[in-house]
Design a protein around this ligand. Sequence first.
Ligand SMILES: C[S@@+](CC[C@H](N)C(=O)[O-])C[C@H]1O[C@@H](n2cnc3c(N)ncnc32)[C@H](O)[C@@H]1O
Length: 281
Amino acid sequence: MAAVAPPDPRLAGPGTPGEADDPSDLKFPVAEAFARHAAASGVPLGRSGNPVPEAAVSATFDEIAPVYDRLNTLMTLGADAGWRRAAVAAAGLHPGDTAVDVATGTGKLAAALAERVGPFGRILAVDASRGMIDRGKAAFPDLVQLEFRQANGLRLPARDGEFDAATIAFGLRNLADFDAGFRELRRVVRPGGRVVCLELTVPQPRVWGHVFLAFFRRMAPLGGRFAGCSRAYAYLPASLDGFPGTEALTARMRAAGLEAVTVRRLGLGSVALHTGTVPVG
Ligand SMILES: C[S@@+](CC[C@H](N)C(=O)[O-])C[C@H]1O[C@@H](n2cnc3c(N)ncnc32)[C@H](O)[C@@H]1O
């Protein structure tokens, strides 16, 4: 299990969520934490990280784990499978290659990568939530090339340049520090290898963006209530508040040392697939 992080210093101050007695307590006022930091969305690069303490994030996903895949498919009307296929293609892997999938959840993207590299390749699937990892392990027992590990995406259990590619799907938004997340992804990929980030984004133009956000804010908690974990599902739409847009993420990936960064919008513009390459030499 990832170490329980000390309260995020950015939340310091009287009565702030960072002072919660138990940071894994799901009564932690998640929406308020994001609202407090939404002001940062006015700066060019958006928010720099997730203001919710890591332990509360993991506890949220532990609670969601049993219903996560079903609700995902329902809320995306099945489109998530196509987004994952696009991420696999972007990783540019071949049979026998290796990759790490960070914030792997129940391991669907990791399993798709494992199919791509075949039995002589290796995929390390990392997640901070025990509940998610246990589901993933149970779901893909036959993929010998797929290994699950519980770890923090900001401190990967991997050597420098160990993998041919690193992926993160709908996980970056959860990390305490987006730049540190990109640096860590880059660190574990060999020169010439790819870093792929699939993440929700606010669609353009602005009017459509507002419609999407309103829909997402209503649908995610509704779906969560239906599945019996409404508090946890309130976290998902709130985590988009102030999240960097596609240009800002591109800039952050470049700042992390990646080159040839490209972005492709999917899901009627509501999902962004960023791909960068680790420089050679
Ligand atoms: C929205 S889910 C995405 C899961 C999966 N990648 C997918 O595409 O369905 C976000 C995942 O990020 C994980 N996560 C959150 N913070 C993390 C961290 N600091 N390190 C590793 N995983 C983290 C959560 O436990 C959760 O499984």
